[in-house]
Design a protein around this ligand. Structure first.
Ligand SMILES: Nc1ncnc2c1ncn2[C@@H]1O[C@H](COP(=O)(O)OP(=O)(O)OP(=O)(O)O)[C@@H](O)[C@H]1O
Length: 562
């Protein structure tokens, strides 16, 4: 079974601790089996029937206390050991899952809601780790207790023990009947739970839109409905689980009454001593707990299978090649060539169609064209955020699929259309472009991006925290920081995707005036509609529907500017 394989793979690194935990559980169950035996002996002393070995009541009391103390100690050790293992397992699983999610291509996330990935990290890993560190191992002592108690019962009275044996398949049947409805329910519950996380996560990120479009009531209701759905399903699951426990208890109770009834005759004929009956009943009682535990285990197993399925599905997704896979890209001079590149986002018409493009090292190229023409896609393909379905992309004549992502992306800077800033200080956000830059380097980049002056006006200057995604800055200020970050990286290829769209005209003019010097040393792709930026370019390429627009001068395939 796929889930079992996945489970074993997750458990493997912890086999030592898990085995020790199982060992402690087994010892605890073995001790539990001693209690009815001692109980029988004590009953014999009280009823003044010979125990057969002349044990004194004091010894029996002490033995009983010792067994109970040892049981408590073992339980404590086990809870600590297995609880700690489950936590470590959850932590490792989370780290592994996070690294995997981070390595997946962007396309994976474009097909799903972010909340789904969050639900995996916040919910499913705990279900699996809790199961591995608890319920899954619990089956060993449960079976041992049931088996051991049965053997002891057979030794006391064969025919009565047979009755208990016959009851076990009945218990199993009950569990199975309830369980058949449990598994789909567990999966559905997890999906609804993930949906609730996704709604909350998306809405909290969309608060400005919710407030300005006064959609609070609707969104609140959407979330409430989702939570109600989770509660409804949880209630169904709880009821199913709850039906199992008392059902089993009823069966077990009835069996004990039956044993008492049948035992009358045996005691009468002297084939069963009253003290043996006490032991027998105590063994019977000992068995009911693990059997009810098996029912609980069944429910937990179904929940864990659902979570495992979802984890395994995501872990089976093909990640991007690792950062270091492939030869390192030599120092880039900046020549870029697209040879017959076709690319389509999943389920969409091609965004780029057999695109040919040749950019010389050091050229500043403006790419313009209507919305949705495929301009940003060109930038993303150069960075290998997506892979073309046909054709190839070459930098300085090197096929970019043959070099490592780290060496490729490390030499390309991008200011994306949608600026991405962290909840960190201004300095840390700019410094994200290059590890450990000096303050002078950070300031030089900020000055070039026309950001230095406004940064100095902030309450703590470069040490000001800018809020989630930079919410405490204006749109233009965010863009200037993103630009400073890309400039600090000092890459031989720079992609500016509408990088000055939010600049004020004065700021844009200033930036563009000083830009020539800044851009001269590198190849620059200016994705822009803005006339001022177009003037900066050595050539303007016009893109339409994923291809160069027309083929003649008039249509402006290539418009030499200077
Ligand atoms: N993640 C995505 N999944 C599916 N389709 C996408 C995705 N991103 C972009 N597209 C589609 O691909 C096409 C090209 O998009 P792209 O962002 O490259 O256009 P653009 O020329 O940069 O547009 P704009 O001027 O509006 O920024 C568009 O039709 C768009 O709808």
């Amino acid at each position: 079974m796929k889930e079992v394989r996945t489970l074993l793979a997750f458990a493997l690194p912890y086999r030592g601790r898990l085995a020790l935990g199982a060992g402690l559980m087994v010892a605890e169950s073995a001790l539990a089996l001693a209690v009815p035996w001692l109980g029988g002996k004590l009953a014999a002393v009280f009823l003044q029937t010979p125990t057969g070995d002349g044990t004194t009541p004091q010894t029996l009391f002490l033995a009983m206390l010792a067994v109970l103390a040892a049981q408590a100690l073992l339980k404590y050790g086990n809870i600590d050991l297995l609880g700690g293992t489950a936590e470590r397992l959850a932590a490792d699983l989370k780290i592994r899952l996070y690294d995997h999610l981070q390595a997946l291509p962007l396309g994976f996330f474009h097909q799903r809601r972010q909340g789904d990935a969050l639900a995996l990290l916040t919910h499913d890993v705990y279900v699996v780790s809790g199961y591995l560190g608890g319920a899954a191992l619990g089956v060993v002592p449960l079976l041992l207790t049931v088996g051991g108690a049965l053997v002891c019962m057979f030794r006391i009275q064969g025919s009565l023990a047979l009755l208990a044996l016959i009851l076990i398949p009945l218990f199993y049947l009950l569990i199975k009947v309830c369980g058949r409805r449990m598994r789909p329910l567990a999966r559905e519950l997890q999906e609804e739970h993930a949906r609730a996380i996704a709604i909350a996560q998306e809405n909290l990120g969309m608060l400005p839109a919710i407030k300005t479009f006064t959609r609070e009531e609707e969104e609140s209701e959407r979330y409430r409905n989702q939570i109600e759905q989770v509660v409804r399903l949880s209630a169904r699951e709880r009821r199913l689980n709850a039906a199992l426990g008392p059902g089993i208890q009823l069966l077990a109770g009835a069996a004990i009454v039956l044993v008492l009834w049948l035992a009358q005759g045996a005691i009468h004929h002297g084939s069963l001593a009253p003290s043996q009956l006490v032991s027998f009943l105590l063994y019977g009682q000992l068995m009911t707990r693990p059997i009810a535990g098996l029912a609980d285990l069944y429910g937990q197993t179904q929940r864990a299978r659902g979570a495992l399925g979802r984890l395994a599905e995501v872990l089976a997704e093909e990640p991007e090649p690792s950062w270091d896979q492939g030869k390192p890209m030599p120092s880039i001079r900046g020549g870029i060539e697209f040879r017959g590149v076709t690319f389509a986002y999943p389920g969409r018409a091609p965004a780029l169609k057999r695109l040919d493009l040749r950019i010389a090292p050091g050229e500043t190229i403006a790419i313009t064209g209507p919305n949705g023409a495929g301009k940003s896609t060109i930038g993303h393909l150069i960075l290998r955020l997506h892979e073309p379905s046909e054709g190839g992309i070459f930098i300085d004549g090197v096929d970019i699929t043959t070099v490592s992502l780290r060496s490729l992306r490390g030499q390309i800077g991008i200011v994306p259309q949608h600026v991405l800033l962290f909840h960190a200080t201004v300095r840390d956000n700019i410094a994200y472009g290059r590890p450990e830059p000096t303050q002078e380097e950070v300031e030089a980049a900020a000055k070039a991006a026309r950001a230095h002056d406004f940064i100095l006006q902030l309450p703590q200057g470069y040490d000001t925290w800018i809020g989630d995604r930079g919410v405490r800055l204006s749109g233009g200020q965010q863009q200037r920081l993103a630009l400073a970050r890309a400039l600090l990286k000092d890459p031989p290829i720079l992609i500016l995707d509408e990088a000055t769209a939010m600049f004020d005209p004065e700021g844009e003019r200033e930036f563009l005036k000083e830009c020539r010097e800044l851009l001269r040393r590198r190849t620059v792709l200016l994705i822009t509609h803005r006339p001022a930026s177009l003037e900066l370019a050595d050539r303007v390429l016009r893109l339409k529907d994923g291809a160069m627009a027309g083929a003649d001068e008039e249509d402006g395939v290539t418009v030499p500017v200077a």
